[in-house]
Design a binder for this molecule. Structure first.
Ligand code: NAI
Length: 353
């Protein structure tokens, strides 16, 4: 197939996406049409005639969207992200192949999680404003040594493991929980698998690195928060819906939760990645979260490093190349075992065929 004949509909394109994909595409020469709006049931029709569609984390890829894409000629959905909880995967079966970028930089996300921990602990975000106002008072900025404290990591996959290494570097004790334990990593990195209740009870900082699925939806809720140490710090760079935000707000109000670092938020689709600085925030829950000075919200930027953007563009275009050349799709989400996410043995590296 002539590369120039391959048309890719690229949804939710931001200037940095266009820059990194255009650079990488020099080696592939595909015709990429960048749409600055998201993929959803209203916009899906604009992919008519595009065999390949490229989408991102906050595109809403429902059954209706998949059917519109399928009926209008799309055969490959290339997700330029790792998570795929925004996709009705079952609806794609026997219709559209779905590929993703499973591993573009676990360092980017783990390092951002560490940045949130350090900033919250040492109040860097508050000190920035104080010193800019010529106020050099340090009252209220008292932190704690992370050394010898306990971190609880939920999800010991690619990102969780990198974060464990970083935290071990600080001299922290690390407890971990995973639905599928990696005993080799436990030995090699020197952490300890425990059940969730033990992790909640003993951790000073809890960081989430599991995917969003039926088991992890609202994993952090009123009941689990109640089991945690007083003044616990909760970090979420995974997916917003793993935390019941209303329960987190209650925990912050009654001081059970000492700090929260959130790169993701349950209802982020309506806000994250966009500029609302000239308008009134209509989401009262998000507004309440932002009112706490011990909460640090970043807008899904944990992935946002030069290296990650390069790897995302390269892997996405290689995924597309494999499809065009009729090869086995290395990063296809498994449909043979008919399972989703972490339940799928293929995405866990085991061959389910
Ligand atoms: P991974 O697939 O390498 O690791 C996920 C781990 O979670 C696996 O070890 C898996 O066994 C475990 N797991 C699955 N179900 C679980 C459960 N019910 N309870 C506990 N553990 C469970 O994934 P990776 O690359 O480490 O990414 C983790 C998550 O980080 C992704 O699912 C995604 O939601 C999020 N992410 C966020 C980004 C951001 O910019 N904020 C960027 C990339 C990923």
């Amino acid at each position: 197939m002539e590369n120039k004949n391959i048309k890719i509909a690229f949804f939710d394109a931001k200037p940095y996406d266009i820059k990194s994909f255009d650079l990488e595409n020099k080696a592939f020469n595909y015709k990429i049409e960048y749409f600055n709006y998201r993929l959803n049931k209203e916009t899906a029709i604009t992919a008519k005639g595009y065999e390949i569609v490229c989408a991102f984390v906050n595109d809403i890829i429902s059954e209706e969207v998949i059917n519109i894409l399928y009926e209008n000629g799309t055969k490959l959905l290339a997700l330029r992200c790792a998570g795929f909880n925004n996709l009705d995967f079952k609806a794609t079966l026997n219709k559209i192949h779905v590929v993703r970028v499973p591993d573009y930089s676990p360092y980017a996300i783990a390092e951002h999680a560490a940045a949130l921990m350090l900033s919250l602990n040492r109040k860097v975000h508050k000190a920035y404003y104080r010193t800019r106002d010529n106020n050099f008072n340090i009252d209220g900025f008292l932190g704690f040594d992370m050394h010898a404290k306990t971190a609880g990591i939920i999800g010991t996959g690619k990102i969780g493991k990198v974060l464990i290494k970083i935290l071990k570097g600080f001299g922290m004790e690390v407890l971990a929980y995973d639905a599928f334990q990696n005993i080799e990593a436990e030995k090699e990195l020197g952490f300890k698998y425990v059940d969730l209740d033990t992790l909640y009870k003993n951790s000073d900082i809890i960081s989430l690195h599991c995917p969003l699925n039926k088991d992890t939806y609202h994993l952090i809720n009123a009941e689990s928060i109640n089991k945690m140490k007083d003044n616990v710090m909760i970090i979420n760079t995974s997916r917003g819906q793993i935390i019941d935000t209303k329960a987190l707000i209650e925990g912050l109000k009654n001081k059970k939760v000492g700090n929260a670092g959130l790169d993701v938020y349950e209802e982020e689709n309506d806000y994250f990645f966009e500029d609302f600085s000239a308008t009134v925030l209509e989401d009262d829950t998000l507004a309440r979260l932002l009112s706490f000075t011990n909460v640090l919200v970043t807008s899904h930027q944990a992935f946002f490093t030069k290296e990650a953007l390069h790897n995302i563009a390269e892997t996405t275009l290689l995924n597309i190349k494999e499809y065009i050349e009729g090869k086995q799709l290395t990063n296809e989400i498994c449909y043979k075992c008919n399972m989703l996410g972490s339940d799928c043995r293929r995405t866990k590296g085991l061959n389910c065929f």
